[in-house]
Design a protein around this ligand. Structure first.
Ligand code: NAP
Length: 256
């Protein structure tokens, strides 16, 4: 029997088999969860379909986290399919490619707000919608962040500011939802080669730095995010909320 046996999970943010969300889906599946996935746009649907099939997950439709009606219709579908929800995974972020290089100082007002909206506000919007489906039995919400939220990492720029906001949102959501036994946590993952990270200039150096300096002297493996995600979403972590847990082969503790 798995640690999330029979629990119902919505995972938002699978783009392909390199996505961190995909490593979370695989572990949740291994641990006995039922899984629902969304996709953004027809091109992604084609990529997500075979992945969903391989773990017996349901694809419940398109979800652009900026569109409130799509968030609402996702919850309506989950309610009619399952009657409720136990776990929500938010693995979504966006910044314009031009803002993931050179000076943070140059970010435009429009791009700054768009990054914030997609990368941080979307967690609030999804958590509010999921609350109705979780309040009967409690639940667990998880998002993904990066050390660029708390340190200035060259080229991460506006995304670091959005992740700082996201981590603060985790704490405030945990405070609001705690009385309903809904927990909210974040995993701060080490660098992983994905569609999103390929937009960051010199991402290779960030990853190389971790491999050289982290206590474990290697890159983080995506499945290590999946493992911690399953633990944080499961009842094994029933006393943990509002936290950012580092799955970064120890990089964040090193001073020099
Ligand atoms: P990924 O595979 O590219 O996943 C990012 C996902 O966000 C994609 O599915 C993307 O869909 C989705 N997304 C963007 N805008 C959206 C919107 N408006 N509505 C719905 N979905 C939207 O990359 P990833 O690296 O696994 O990223 C997942 C999370 O992990 C992100 O929060 C990222 O910041 C975080 N993280 C990544 C790393 C890393 O090194 N890779 C490290 C720490 C934390 P589209 O492709 O259609 O835009």
């Amino acid at each position: 029997m798995g640690i999330v046996d029979g629990k119902r999970a919505l995972v938002v943010g699978v783009a392909n088999d390199r996505s961190l969300a995909w490593s979370i889906v695989q572990e949740l599946h291994k641990q006995g969860a039922q899984i629902a996935l969304t996709y953004q746009g027809e091109a992604l649907k084609k990529r997500v379909e075979p992945l969903a099939e391989s773990v017996g997950a349901s694809i419940i439709g398109e979800l652009d986290v900026n569109i409130d009606e799509q968030i609402e219709s996702t919850m309506v579908k989950l309610k009619s399919m399952w009657g409720g929800l136990d776990m929500l995974v938010h693995a979504v972020a966006f910044a314009e490619r031009e803002d993931l290089r050179d000076r943070f100082l140059n970010v435009s007002r429009k791009n700054f707000l768009r990054s914030m909206e997609i990368s941080a506000y979307s967690l609030v919007a999804l958590a509010r919608a999921a609350e109705q489906l979780m309040e009967a039995n409690g639940g667990a919400i998880l998002t993904l962040t990066y050390i660029g939220a708390v340190r200035a990492i060259p080229n991460y720029n506006v995304m670091g500011v959005a992740k700082a906001t996201l981590e603060a949102c985790v704490r405030y959501l945990a405070l609001d939802l705690g009385p309903k036994n809904i927990r909210v946590n974040a995993i701060s993952a080490g660098p992983a080669r994905t569609l999103s990270s390929s937009a960051i200039r010199d991402f290779h150096s960030m990853a190389h730095e971790v491999e050289q300096r982290a206590p474990l002297r290697r890159a983080m493996r995506n499945e290590e995010v999946g493992g911690m995600a399953a633990a944080l979403l499961s009842d094994l972590s029933s006393g943990v909320t509002g936290q950012t847990v580092y799955v970064d082969v120890g990089y964040s503790i090193v001073g020099m």
